[in-house]
Ligand binder design. Sequence first.
Ligand SMILES: [Zn+2]
Length: 288
Amino acid sequence: MTPVLSQATIDRLRQIASGSAISHCYLLTGPAAAFRNDAIRLFEMLLHCTHKSACGDCVPCQRLETENDPDTLTLIADGASIKIEQVRDMIDRIKYGPTSNSFFTVKIPDAQTLTAQASNAVLKTLESPPEGVIFLLGAPSRAAVLTTITSRSQVIPCTPSSPEQISNYLLSIGFTNTETWQASPNAALMASKAGTKLPHSVPTLAEVLNTPPAQRIILTHPLGKSKDLVHICLIKWSEELWQSIQKNPTDPDIPQAIRRLDLLVENILQLRYNLNPRLHLDQILVSL
Ligand SMILES: [Zn+2]
């Protein structure tokens, strides 16, 4: 579920969730939005899970996975910011606490986008939160959020996993370490299983990123025909990203590369459930 979170971060979240002293507000900081989302989602599942392990099998885990949990709410920016009206609606929803779980979790993965008014309203709620309500905030750094909010939060810096861990994870889902696309045995095997020929030229990720989003769809058009081709394409792009991360580990663009890798890996997993590969690929292309 969280191939890009470091083991130390996962262990820390696990330890807090299984302890008895649960605070009512946590601020998870990390470089990229997708990365923070992953950390917040994992933490929420650990808190709700009957076994405190994010097992994926118990009733609360299943409800979260199918987005059917009455005791969770996510606040995301309406336009460029999270507005006071959204916070008021949230306060109205949480006033009675959880209905079927031990906790009601309010997720604000981009807390830095709260307007000043909205921040103050959140702050008021943090001063006397309803019983059983836990706020899970995210931000690029603690400085991105009002100090009055951070002072009422437990701050958890989240770190990415080691290159070896990401590499092992990618290998386990069909990622190949081969130098070139054509030499990738997995890709050739998957293509032959799918009854398709490998397209002569699959655009590199750099080519895709240098193309405006609307034209990316034209550039990759032949690939959207089958789920296997989209799968191969995503694996190839992950591989390219991964190589560039390994080559320049101190590059200032690393957080963005991690976000993209995170997006690709998540979509490789989701592809299994998506019936329309063309639409799936189009959505990824505009989010990269
Ligand atoms: Zn569970």
